[in-house]
Design a protein around this ligand. Sequence first.
Ligand SMILES: O=C(OP(=O)(O)O)[C@H](O)COP(=O)(O)O
Length: 303
Amino acid sequence: MARFTCHEREPRRHDTVARVRLSSLTGPETTEELQQSMSEMATYKVVLLRHGEGAWTVENRFCSWVDQRLSIEGMDEARACGKHLKALGFEFDLVFTSVLTRSIQTAWLILEEMGQEWIPIHSSWRLNERHYGALIGLNRAEMALNHGEEQVKIWRRSYDVTPPPIDESHPYYQEIYTDRRYSCCDVRKEDLPKSESLKDVHERLLPYWNKEMVPELKRGKQILISAHGNSARALLKHLQGISDAEIINITLPTGVPILIELDENMQPAKPHVFLGDQEAIQASITKVENQGKVKTADEIAAP
Ligand SMILES: O=C(OP(=O)(O)O)[C@H](O)COP(=O)(O)O
């Protein structure tokens, strides 16, 4: 009988479990449909998510490279995500996070909920949220009032528009660039970004995907990626072949796992799936989209 090490092993049983239960999330299936779905099983599965709600999301500020922790609701979202992944039968071998606390804290809460705290976690600045440059710390609704909702949408969601860069006069410049976590990156501190478009995020993330994550997938490891709204969008765009024009319409909710299935060439095998209650997920996406809209006096008084 073939023996498998932790690095090379037979296909996981949870693939079937996940598929079976997933089917109930995406509509009823007959036995034939189920069998067909299983026979079309993708070679690699990746679970990607945007961390739970961060403290600054509540204040509607561009957080980006400022290191905020999760809000109370964000912690609940992360725990619910762990519960859900456990119910679906996922067993992770490796977790990837950014070096920002909200992404790491989300991974910890998920693993705790799953009883898989022992799983190694790899953290890299390459999974950090997009660097929002001079916009960091600003309130999105105020920005919409001053610059218009369309401009804010372009700043937030376009592929190749870069916000003005951060400089030393910015209130969060020192906090970010004197932080010890950026002294041990694979690039010199002075070469770290001062502002990024989604395209820039894609370009800094891709080497990490290719060099660190793909080899682990090919060794048979099941990976979880706890990323950010825009670093997850950049990876999703890459893995699903989403066009530059289409990506502007994609907003990710917090704390919702996305199942991505890839073929042997790391090309999309199936459309990605948001795992969970689809109505609640849509409500969460709308909430994030609305952050960039002008608020009425009533909404400001009772956000
Ligand atoms: O820090 C941020 O994202 P994150 O909460 O996913 O880390 C950004 O401020 C997200 O802002 P956006 O949704 O306007 O792109």
